[in-house]
Unconditional design. Structure first.
Length: 350
């Protein structure tokens, strides 16, 4: 049993938000009632999704709970092989899971149900209780218990504070996964939202996971020739829209197929992050048709320029953060581009 004493007085570095302190005992109560708990990774999983899922798995096991992590819609990237516990992730989609085997589903780093799965319609509430732990401002709070904190730059940092409140032992496995989640979602501690608490958390985590540099090196230096070929094609199809205020990479599935690039190598976020480096484009995006009429959309913006790109992607059925957001469009590529441009013009008054 975890000691819950001190919930009302504990405040990490004096800055833990009231919502975290109020939600922490509710989440813990839901966990304590459960025995078999399901965790997941969102489609096209990033280090915050995978690291947070694995850290929570190890934390739950400290409580004597049975925790299962499913990979979800997408395979886990090869570069994540150094994440402690990654081999325990079961390569199943949510639709392949029998919910009767579980009594709680903890949904992390997923702004909406499409970030649980995009292969089948998913209606909430489910047959089992759900707990939401997330940092996306577009998350409406669709679980039985919800903790949505947009002030946190990563779900992993949010978990760090929760685990501190719950007095969990900060093992190497937990610390390494939380560190890599924070590192990646802050862009190496340079994105908006990174704050003094982020560095304090990272400092403590690095003490428990002194091999963090090795894990990060493996993650960042794991590209394949196919990855580079994909980037080459995507960067070769960049155009300017909205009077040059937005740079877009637009690639059809026919083009990818003609170059021998499989859908699993199409990562829109990688391209939008590269395009963000162009000084003259305050907003950039990748509009990539990985499969026929299945278009992966990713947007990035510079701090203080134009507007919140999560507003744009929300209009497109997606979500995300002010400076990084995405969506999945199911329509012909020309129609998708037209919709994106017209929506951007409307939102940004271009």
């Amino acid at each position: 049993m975890i000691d819950t004493a001190g919930f009302s007085i504990f405040c990490y570095n004096g800055r833990m938000t009231k919502i975290v302190q109020e939600a922490a005992p509710k989440i813990l109560a839901a966990i304590q009632k459960a025995n078999n708990i399901l965790l997941h990774c969102h489609p096209s999983p990033d280090p915050d999704s995978v690291g947070s899922a694995l850290a929570m798995k190890f934390a739950l096991e400290q409580m004597g709970k049975r925790a299962t992590v499913i990979g979800g819609d997408s395979p886990i990237p090869d570069g994540f092989a150094g994440f402690p516990g990654v081999n325990a992730i079961i390569p199943k989609k949510f639709s392949e899971i029998d919910l009767s085997e579980f009594d709680l589903f903890i949904i992390q780093d997923a702004a909406n149900v499409e970030q649980i799965t995009r292969y089948a319609a998913l209606t909430i509430p489910l047959s089992i209780p759900t707990v939401i732990i997330d940092h996306h401002r577009t998350n409406p709070g669709y679980g039985s218990v919800n903790l949505v904190c947009p002030d946190y730059p990563a779900t992993a940092q949010l978990l760090f504070d929760l685990f501190k409140l719950w007095n969990f032992k900060l093992t190497h496995e937990i610390a390494a996964n939380l560190f890599v989640g924070i590192y990646a979602d802050t862009g190496g501690f340079k994105y908006t939202g990174t704050n003094p608490n982020t560095f304090l958390a990272a400092a403590e985590l690095s003490k428990a996971a002194s091999d963090f540099t090795k894990i990060i090196s493996e993650m960042e230096n794991s590209a394949t020739p196919d990855d580079i070929a994909f980037q080459g094609v995507a960067l070769d199809h960049v155009r300017q829209v909205c009077d040059g205020k937005i740079g877009l990479s637009v690639v059809s599935c026919e083009e990818f197929k003609s170059r021998g690039i499989e859908p699993r190598f199409v990562r829109a976020g990688n391209i939008s992050s590269i395009l963000k480096s162009v000084k003259k484009w305050p907003v950039v995006g990748a509009v990539l048709e990985a499969e026929p009429e299945k278009i992966r959309v990713s947007f990035r913006s510079k701090d203080g320029d134009l507007s919140d790109v999560s507003v744009l992607t929300s209009k497109l059925g997606g979500g995300g953060h002010k400076a990084a957001a995405g969506a999945l469009l199911t329509m012909p590529l020309p129609e998708a581009v037209e919709k994106i441009v017209s929506t951007a013009k409307e939102i940004y008054n271009l």
